[in-house]
Design a protein around this ligand. Structure first.
Ligand SMILES: C[S@@+](CC[C@H](N)C(=O)[O-])C[C@H]1O[C@@H](n2cnc3c(N)ncnc32)[C@H](O)[C@@H]1O
Length: 446
């Protein structure tokens, strides 16, 4: 072999092949790749950037490739396509990678992973793209293409959201979803204060600024793994989006109440509830996956919560012993996750219209059971991290229409800019700020 393969890029291509060709989950495939002993810790962020970058900008990369390839995209061998994609991604989105390196490394990879003259093909396509880079960048996308190519959104998703929101809202949503999300953290007020935490983080060399939506949140200006830091290990904070934090404020849990967090892993909101009730008894956290219960347990332990009852229970099953048992219930339902595309861009490729229909049925069953578990006078907060109105308002309305004792509460004291109307909070992903979250509050009449 008269050429040397760059290992991080090779690993990125193999990971993308697993994801796009063998339908592996990004987080699982990437986690496995990043554990590769041959990968140095300095190179891990690069592999991460390449994999997530290609997934985020996949339609744009494919558009560029298809305009410079004599072979139709569908006819290009899957591994070769991933090799071309990482080449294009580096050329258009990574300022620090010299163009020659991006091209040469892709050509070398094609020599290793493909037969025949594929290295010449890759070289030809990428060099043609380089020659025309300025012209490509000048291209102005119009109409749906702006969303489906520039922002790499699936057409069915664009159509679905256009039926639900004005086009300007949909455009801003997809534009914002392409940006990087901030790392926000909730101060664990059981152990520290915001000012004390800021001092601890400063001594660890980490800069922070105050959160925008909650006065107990901070934005961390650090993009490497923070979980080894002493302040993290001591449980002084938990990484959590600010809109997610708001959900628990809406529930307003109090010591002495019986509280159920029905779909609770990994425990971001459970630990917030635990903190607000000062770790008194009465909080139960459930999830359907055993391995996820461990994450709740770990988070509780790290944050110093000793009294959360963690249970493996399926929210879709009705447990008669739980009927009218709880004062407050949080149903943070499994959902399409459209509000967190910045953090998990693969969501847009894994979702389908049929998949969303199935999720809606699950949400309707979960909310029905949750409501039955409320004491008369009890409060249910239904939340999701999506902006899909069918999973949000429609699920809530379905409950209200089928339950005479359910009443939708007006949300008071909330900034109007994040209210869809007086009954529903809907945040949209916002640069440097929160994710897309939906929240509503329902009471069981006495
Ligand atoms: C949006 S996440 C919850 C996030 C959590 N509230 C937090 O703040 O960390 C939804 C959770 O619902 C769980 N889930 C899905 N189907 C369920 C079911 N039938 N019963 C209980 N939990 C379920 C998933 O495993 C997932 O952990």
């Amino acid at each position: 072999m008269g050429y040397k393969i760059d290992y991080p890029r090779e690993l990125a291509v193999k990971t993308l092949y697993e994801i796009n060709h063998n339908k592996a989950f990004v987080n699982i495939a990437l986690k496995k790749s990043l554990k590769d002993p041959k990968l140095s810790s300095i190179d891990k962020p690069f592999v991460n950037t390449l994999v997530y970058g290609v997934i985020k900008h996949m339609s744009y990369c494919d558009w560029v490739i298809s305009n410079h390839s004599k072979i139709k995209l569908k006819k290009i061998a899957p591994m070769l396509l991933e090799i071309l994609r990482i080449g294009v991604y580096q050329v258009f989105f990574l300022d620090k990678v010299p163009h020659f390196a991006a091209v040469n490394e892709s050509v070398n990879l094609s020599k290793k992973y493909s037969k025949g003259k594929s290295d010449k093909f890759v070289n030809g396509v990428l060099r043609s793209i380089l020659r025309n880079k300025e012209e490509i960048l000048q291209h102005r996308f119009e109409g749906d293409e702006k969303l489906t190519i520039q922002y790499s959104a699936p057409i069915w998703l664009v159509k679905m959201l256009k039926e639900q929101y004005p086009i300007e809202v949909v455009e801003i949503f997809f534009e914002e979803s392409m940006k990087n999300a901030p790392i926000t953290a909730r101060v664990n007020r059981l152990k520290t204060t915001k000012e004390e935490l800021k001092k601890s983080l400063a001594t660890e060399g980490i800069g922070v600024e105050d959160g925008k939506l909650r006065d107990y949140s901070i934005i961390i200006n650090q993009f490497s793994d923070i979980s080894k830091n002493p302040s993290y290990q001591e449980g002084l904070f938990i990484i959590q989006d600010e809109a997610a934090m708001m959900t628990v404020d809406l529930l307003d849990p109090k010591p002495g109440e019986k509280i159920l967090d029905m779909c609770s892993a990994p425990g971001g909101k459970t630990t917030h509830i635990g903190e607000m009730i000062k770790d008194t008894h009465g909080l139960t956290a459930r999830d359907i996956y055993d391995h996820k219960l461990k994450l709740i347990d770990e988070n509780c332990k790290r944050l110093g919560l000793k009294n959360v009852q963690i249970e493996l229970k399926d929210g879709l099953k009705f447990y008669p012993e739980d009927e009218e048992k709880y004062d407050k219930i949080l149903l943070d339902a499994p959902c399409s996750g459209l509000g967190i595309l910045r953090r998990k861009p693969d969501i847009k490729w894994n979702l389908s219209e049929e998949g969303i229909k199935a999720i809606i049925q699950i949400q309707k069953s979960l909310i029905k059971n949750a409501f039955d578990y409320l004491k008369p006078g009890g409060i249910l907060v239904y939340s999701t991290c999506t902006i899909n109105r069918q999973e949000n308002e429609e699920v809530v309305h379905d409950l209200i229409e089928n339950n005479k004792s359910a009443s939708l509460l007006s949300l008071k004291g909330i900034d109007e800019s994040i209210l869809l109307n007086k009954h529903f909070v809907q945040t949209f992903p916002k640069e440097g700020q929160w994710d897309g979250f939906f929240m509503s509050k329902i009471q069981k009449r006495t």
